[in-house]
Design a protein around this ligand. Sequence first.
Ligand code: G6Q
Length: 547
Amino acid sequence: MNCRQTYSWLALKQHYNEIKNLHLRDMFAADTVRFADFSVEFDGIFADFSKNRITRETIKLLENLAHECNVAASAERMFAGKKINSTENRAVLHTALRRAATDSVLIDGKNIIPEIHEVLVRIKVFSEEIRDGKRRGFTGKIFTDIVNIGIGGSDLGPKLVCDALKFYSKRNLTVHFVSNIDSTHLAETLRTLNPETTLFIVSSKTFTTEETMTNARSARDWFLSSAAVEADVQSHFAAVSTNFTATEQFGINPANVFVFRDWVGGRYSLWSAIGLSVALSVGFENFSDLLAGARAMDKHFLEAPFEKNIPMLAAAIGVWHVNFFGAESQSVLPYDEYLRLLPAYLQQLDMESNGKSVMLQGEPVDFHTAPIIWGQPGTDSQHSFFQLLHQGTRLIPCDFIAVAKPLNPIGDHHKRLMANFFAQTEALMRGKTTDEAHDELLGAGTSTHEAERLAPHKTFAGNRPTTTFLIDKLTPYTLGALLAMYEHKVFVQGIIWGINSFDQWGVELGKQLAKAILPELSGEDPVPHDCSTAGLIALYKKQNVRT
Ligand code: G6Q
């Protein structure tokens, strides 16, 4: 069903016209319980939605929309393993990866939970043996460096989590991530590493991805160019994949292969064996806590009433911004250095999932879907693009994320960080009127003429929507809950928009063309191109002569 044809969409349209000119400043002034009414506390994550341009009526209408679009029933179908990824005829079961061992989820009549837990036990044993120095390199030395070779979903999730949980990591075991096919990425990573103490994890769902396989082969060459012999590859390479045959062909010892299944999408795979690097870095207990946090969020998502359901509200308010206020982008602003990779991770999660223009039955959408996700950590970003957030011409809803208990307290740094955090959402909400700017200038001794000239430049329209997530403490558990929250937010939006959030056909065309161009770069006859592409290829071939 097209969401635009629902009763609630029409009602929301009318409601938008009624409230679009309300200013958040006035809404707060008139309603002292706004904060209490539009915020939700869940297990160490506090979400404040009150600084969005919503009223109680908005929430009611959005709830009706979710209801008319069958969001709750669709969520149950996903959790139950129905094949909701219709273009690939696959179930979507990243949530099963964090279920308890006693649970049961059936695919084609088979319970998949026992296999998930068998793999978890293997991850536990393997990661503990490496961390404890029981498993060593070919010369008997303890491993000091792990290199995860993977890209997209096989990189962004574990990279984010390893970085975010660095506080909990084993400091004498460094995890590196190599993703780009640009050889600089591999070369700069390996430059200081010792082959005797380096373990490679080749992470690829398909084990055919060009970037990953090219990097994996070059890493093996690098390893073999030391004193190692072919048989030593067995103790220095592990793999995470759904393609057991290909890992074997590559020469990886089956005992070092950790499997997952095709019902886990790449960008949803950090909970699977793709999290092996996480378990190596922070230990299996912490990896389990990450899963537990996500599991708790799954329960909250399935059970909490709409008006107290964090992912539902985040999703519905996001739809409200995109489809009614015409917001083109959404900024993610973590005020915690450990969460600096969150915007990049969410770019893939959100834009690869919902960057679609075709509905489930193949008809084109006649409304906007995923916003452009972007962001950087605060306070750094305050000194760059915040100008546009405050005074630019576009409406950019922002997620502000901070942690109440700092992991590395030094002096009053955290208070200063948080003062900025609170000030920014207040400023974006309130703004500053021209009169206020004018009076302020006069108060500072500026002449009347000068105050009039400068006041428009110092005016802030305000009324810019923000959602605040205040995390009690950054732990594996709260991180797991936060990431699962975003997964469900993306899911709900995909259901409302009637698109398939779990395929990614849009990345295929470029891959196909690259395959055709590659032989041409090595001297084979050119394939037909437009004159721009042909001209650029010819120029590159001329310039790329090795000196
Ligand atoms: C994610 C995508 C994509 C994928 C990479 C890597 O949802 O499917 O980012 O993760 O293309 O794929 P492999 O894991 O198969 O190498």
